[in-house]
Design a protein around this ligand. Structure first.
Ligand SMILES: [Zn+2]
Length: 420
């Protein structure tokens, strides 16, 4: 499959809700480069975030370009139209060169029986005992199983094909990096399902460079992984083996890699990811987003005075509107309402109390993950403040930037890409 524009081996998705942290985020990639590891920044912002904030994808592009220019970054970088579909892709076409084709909605929609039958008969290698090089275990399947997987995912892959072909028509083949995302769905995909899905994607002639499956366990927004780390590690290794097999066997792009839509801050699985990637010589894309917005709030709170007052106001409003703010994220947050402090109490907090509750430091007994998750989805409150919030960011640029950069570098890039 033709490739053209190519995503390097290691890349990090850096969401920037308000388009003010691109420089601070890029600074984290520069720190990695100084330690000898190229981690390429991809500025991702989903259609959902643009809708909630009322922003335009062209602004994400402007912020990324400006940061790259200001800091003299000479390596590649990308702007990701994150979680788009046929209905929402239009305004992302010009500013983006990375497209995350979201087909979660189509998963489980029955495909045409003749298409399913054709897929199964085209792929005898997927039926019986499937041996994947570099994997100790083998997968056992039969026609009914492969047909069942095809029935569940083929319509979704065909939908991805339709978006991909539209992109080729509008932008030209090889002029963008395509990713397919299946993470925002109910059930995780097993490694054998991933392999079968990759065969469908190859048949559909979509030269994806990243794929975002839903992994086992819970990936709640902005907080640590909840699940069986050993099981995650096992499946992550199996996924890498499935990808290597699919690249070889189906001619998918050789740089095809997993995209971990982490919801940020999945510290307990970062070591497993690093080790598996090293073991396979594979690449990985780590998509973060909201973690940066929370660092903005931490920076403001740390600044004390008017900054802390704004952070408290965001919390009070988020608390008052928690139902509507949480609704779009229902499947990816677990807030214990009894653990949420009352706004009138938070009002009396010092700067250190606020940052201790919010900063993702699991060693700190004051850390409160319900507080953190509510603020994670509370960016709509800051969006409503409009220029007042943005002016606060600008007035406290240095202290906010320091938090954004060190969070991204120390807590995410280091463990995943540098392995320390
Ligand atoms: Zn995602």
């Amino acid at each position: 499959m033709s490739e053209g524009m190519k995503l390097p081996r290691f890349s990090v998705g850096v969401g920037d809700r308000f388009g003010h942290q691109a420089k601070a985020q890029l600074a984290a990639c520069i720190l990695a480069a100084k330690q000898g590891v190229d981690v390429i920044p991809v500025w991702n912002k989903s259609n959902r975030e643009h809708m909630i904030i009322g922003s335009e994808p062209s602004k994400t592009r402007e912020a990324a370009d400006a940061a790259v220019k200001a800091l003299g970054w000479t390596r590649p970088y990308f702007v990701d139209a994150d979680h788009i579909n046929l209905k929402t892709v239009d305004r992302f076409l010009a500013p983006c060169d990375f497209f995350t084709l979201d087909v979660a909605e189509q998963i489980g929609q029955a495909a045409k029986p003749e298409d399913v039958a054709a897929f199964v008969s085209r792929h005898p290698e997927l039926v019986g005992t499937v041996t994947i090089p570099r994997l100790d275990a083998t997968f056992k399947t039969d026609e009914a199983f492969v047909g069942g997987v095809a029935n569940k995912f083929l319509a979704a892959v065909q939908h991805a094909g339709a978006i991909y072909r539209l992109l080729v028509e509008k932008k030209g083949a090889g002029r963008f990096v395509p990713e397919i995302s299946m993470d925002e769905t109910d059930l995780p995909q097993t490694p054998i399902e991933l392999l079968i899905i990759l065969a469908m994607i190859a048949d559909e002639k979509i030269p994806i460079q990243t794929i975002a499956p839903k992994f086992t366990g819970r990936f709640n927004k902005g907080v640590d992984y909840v699940g069986d780390v050993a099981q995650f590690a096992k499946e992550f290794n199996e996924d890498l083996a499935a990808i290597a097999f699919a690249v070889e066997r189906y001619g998918l792009p050789e740089n095809l890699k997993l995209s971990v839509h982490s919801g940020s801050d999945k510290f307990s699985i970062y070591q497993a990811i690093h080790e598996a990637v090293e073991r396979f010589g594979a690449g990985v894309h780590l998509k973060t987003a909201g973690t940066t917005w929370l660092e903005e709030l931490i920076g403001l709170a740390e600044a004390d005075g008017a900054g802390l007052a704004i952070a408290k106001e965001v919390y009070a409003e988020a608390y008052a509107h928690s139902k509507e703010l949480c609704a779009p994220y229902a499947t990816v947050i677990d807030i214990d309402a009894t653990k949420l402090p009352l706004p009138k109490d938070v009002d009396g907090w010092t700067s250190a109390q606020f940052t201790s509750a919010l900063r993702h430091d699991q060693e700190n007994p004051e850390y409160n993950q319900s507080f953190r998750q509510l603020l994670h989805v509370g960016f709509k409150v800051a969006a409503k403040m409009g220029p007042r919030y943005l002016q606060a960011l600008e007035a406290n640029e240095a202290i906010v930037a320091r938090n954004v950069t060190s969070n991204l570098f120390d807590r995410h890039i280091k463990p995943v890409f540098l392995g320390r």
